[in-house]
Design a protein around this ligand. Structure first.
Ligand code: FAD
Ligand code: NAP
Length: 686
């Protein structure tokens, strides 16, 4: 008689005040009633579990403390899984579910849970049950109770699927003459669980991982939201009348754009700068501006690229509007006589005499993230009652967290939203009223006009949006994705010949103060990780040319702090930068690689173990502060505003504190003084 082995799963918790721990303990206790056995561990007991080898489903219950920090007993675990050296398939074998506890009254709601989940996914783990985000601000139980209720079926389904997969494997193996006695007894037990009726609420998703409809998603909600009465914003008053007229004489994109204040310039070269399996794809494009004297630019200048919406998305929208047959009709827009909207006007970004196709392709940001007022307006155009209710929730006060989670944070586009809500059929006038202008995208010149009089170069990373609820597959950024597709077949890898490349519409942006010092004898420091290095290539090319023209002149010291992930993948402009050093144009090149070169991953990055540009700055604290505080030098920062520029700013404050032996406030004032004197300049973008 075979021994009955109960199917097993693992419960791991990270808990500051004991709440997560008691929930985890409750799960472990209840396991028995479900014919299962749970191994329960605290995340810091890493000698008791081994996720690297774990084949059973793992349930995490984690709280968040302070300003989004992990609880003390989860700190080491979070640090370990954040190691950049872990490969993307490190947890490929792992199936997990996660319950995150947090409080929306504090910043970084459920940050620890979100961090763990993000890393698990990045490392290849698969979710077998949707994550619950419980909010102490409104009552943890509102999410925890339904989450726990749905958990059991998911665990059982997952275990039975694993068992049947194993059975198939074993059958295959036994066909290869493995003795019958080696079949594990556990198989029988699991099959009996598989025979149990599966809740109708449980469905299979495409990857074979069970999903529970109890879980919230873009299109469905959980109690209490799904049962709550809602405070929704007031309906934006309609203010436009839109008519479509058959017409022969409507202008199409190219003619129209050429009439605006932009130039249609040919791309003369396209080179992929990143190599191999780089995290991001970096491209350098060179524009031939020889025919446009008005495009003369200076180092530090940026220019706008006008990009169209994606043709398939425009087409999809035309279908949804039921207007595909009228796409070449002229759009006539006028104000409603009786509109209650204050200051109503025909949107100035929509030119007269344009076709519907042009309007949707070049004028409206159809990728914009729908605002709550827009969702509110869509409710009126939605026929299915469940979809209507969900749209109401998403724009309501009560649904604010869901709005952030499913719409704002993943940058869900209007097109994606309409796909997820098929019974929603907005009118064209509503889209024109509520969609913002399609903005051109600015890029920094990565060349000097002195070095390349007829050329303008720029560099960018192709933005990637991962798949999410409401976006079944990932997509690229609008402009960077478009540019990538435009040049892709003609991309020059060093060994490939150039192909004919297309033209794009660009215009120079008004001149800025982000310029090298007007007195070339003054020293300056440049900080530009990633594509943030772009303007500094222009600065250095310019300096090199000036030095050639004026070899006797006195030139101040130049410093560049650059950072990327890997020396051999995304060290942009490596050769050119090293040549600047050889020629004496660049006196100090400080490069750090954020995902290699670190001696001890457990230690936080610091000056001793630089990961980012600011750590190298700290290493050069004395020289940098001397340039800024005693030599009238300049400091320039370019690139990511959200994290890098903030961290660099904080580091500069710290450095001034140390160097001048002053307190925080005094150091901040000193830095603000540099900013006022335009000796601390930023060109940053979030
Ligand atoms: P979009 O479709 O507009 O998407 C980008 C937006 O989505 C951003 O708001 C971003 O926060 C958000 N986002 C990005 N990834 C995700 C994600 N995974 N999930 C959710 N949201 C996400 N860029 C360069 O590469 N090189 C330059 O030289 C350069 N110079 C600039 C100079 C200036 C003065 C300014 C203001 C910006 C500059 N930029 C530069 C930024 C550039 O203009 C574009 O914003 C960038 O290339 C992305 O454009 P996109 O249309 O491809 O992306
Ligand atoms: P990136 O490739 O994402 O990152 C470059 C390096 O910066 C990586 O090594 C990254 O390390 C590191 N990094 C991450 N967080 C950091 C932090 N807090 N402090 C310091 N370094 C940090 O960068 P990117 O995509 O080229 O550029 C970022 C942004 O700048 C983009 O949004 C781009 O559009 C914008 N940009 C603006 C301008 C401008 O305003 N003029 C010009 C160029 C680019 P890890 O990934 O390992 O953490």
């Amino acid at each position: 008689m075979p021994l009955e082995v109960k199917p097993r799963f693992v419960v791991l918790y990270g808990s500051q005040k004991g709440q997560a721990q008691s929930i985890a303990e409750g799960i472990a206790e209840e396991a028995e009633e479900h014919g299962l056995v749970a191994d329960l561990c605290c995340l810091n007991q890493n000698d008791k579990y081994n996720l690297e080898k774990e084949r059973a489903p793992v349930v995490f219950v984690v709280s968040t403390t302070g300003d989004g920090e992990p609880p003390d007993n989860a700190l080491q675990f979070v640090k370990r899984i954040k190691k950049r050296t872990l490969s993307p398939d490190h947890y490929k074998h792992l199936l997990y579910a996660l319950l995150a506890l947090g409080d929306t009254n504090y910043a970084n709601f459920c940050n620890c849970g979100k961090t763990i989940e993000r890393r698990l996914r990045e490392l290849g783990a698969k979710q077998f049950y949707p994550t619950g985000y419980a909010d102490d601000g409104v009552g943890l139980e509102l999410v925890i109770d339904p989450w726990l209720k749905g958990l059991w079926n998911s665990i059982k389904d997952t275990l039975s699927k694993m068992a049947s997969d194993r059975t198939v494997q074993l059958k295959e193996d036994s066909a290869k003459e493995i003795p019958e006695s080696s079949l594990p007894d556990v198989q029988l037990n699991l099959l009996s669980i598989a025979d149990k009726q599966i809740s109708p609420k449980t469905q299979a998703c495409s990857e074979g991982v069970p999903q529970v409809s109890l879980a919230a998603s873009l299109t469905s909600s959980l109690p209490p939201l799904s049962e709550s009465s809602l405070n929704v914003p007031s309906l934006p008053p309609p203010y436009l009348d839109v008519a479509l007229q058959e017409a022969d004489a409507v202008e199409q994109a190219v003619e129209r754009l050429s009439k605006e204040t932009c130039n249609e310039v040919p791309i003369s070269k396209a080179v992929q700068l990143s190599k191999g399996d780089s995290v991001k794809t970096a491209l350098l494009l060179e524009l031939d501006i020889s025919a446009f004297p008005s495009m003369t630019y200076h180092p530090g200048d940026s220019f706008d690229v006008f990009c169209p919406n994606v043709a398939e998305e425009v087409d999809h929208l035309l279908h949804r509007l039921g207007l595909q047959d009228q796409k070449n009709h002229r759009v006539q827009i006028s104000l409603k006589h009786n509109t209650k909207k204050r200051g109503a006007q025909v949107p100035p970004h929509i030119p007269e005499n344009v076709s519907l196709l042009f309007l949707l392709t070049w004028c409206l940001e159809i990728r914009s993230v729908p605002k709550k007022a827009f969702l509110r307006a869509l409710v009126e155009h939605t026929s299915d009652s469940a979809q209507k209710r969900r749209l109401q929730e998403l724009c309501s006060k009560q649904g604010a967290a869901d709005y952030n989670l499913y719409v704002r944070d993943p940058s869900l586009s209007v097109s994606e939203l309409l796909t997820a809500f098929p019974s929603c059929s907005p009118s064209l006038s509503l889209l024109i009223e509520l969609l913002p202008k399609l903005q051109p995208r600015p890029y920094s010149a990565a060349s000097s006009h002195l070095r390349h009089p007829e050329k303008l170069r720029f560099v960018f990373n192709v933005v990637e949006f991962p798949a999410c609820s409401g976006r079944p597959t990932g997509r690229r950024g609008l402009c960077t994705g478009w540019l990538f597709d435009l040049v892709n077949p003609g991309l020059v890898f060093p060994e490939k010949a150039e192909l004919a490349l297309p033209k794009i519409h660009v215009s120079l942006r008004p001149s800025c103060s982000f310029r090298p010092p007007s007195d070339p004898s003054l020293p300056f420091i440049m900080i530009g990780p990633g594509t943030g290095v772009a303007p500094f290539i222009g600065f250095l090319q310019q300096r090199e040319e000036e030095k050639k023209e004026n070899p006797e002149a006195k030139f101040g010291e130049t410093w560049l702090f650059f950072g990327c992930r890997y020396r051999n993948k995304d060290y942009l402009f490596r050769e050119e930068l090293e040549n600047f050093v050889s020629s004496g144009t660049l006196n100090h090149l400080k490069v750090c690689f954020s995902r290699e070169d670190r001696k001890d991953e457990e230690e936080p990055p610091s000056a001793a173990q630089p990961r980012y540009v600011q750590h190298n700055l700290l290493l050069c604290c004395r020289q940098v502060t001397d340039i800024l505080l005693r030599q009238d030098g300049y400091i320039y920062v370019c690139g990511d505003a959200k994290n890098m520029a903030k961290d660099v700013n904080e580091t500069l404050v710290e450095m001034i504190k140390t160097e001048l032996q002053v307190d925080q406030l005094e150091a901040m004032k000193t830095l603000a003084g540099l900013r006022e004197q335009k000796r601390y300049l930023q060109d940053i973008w979030a």
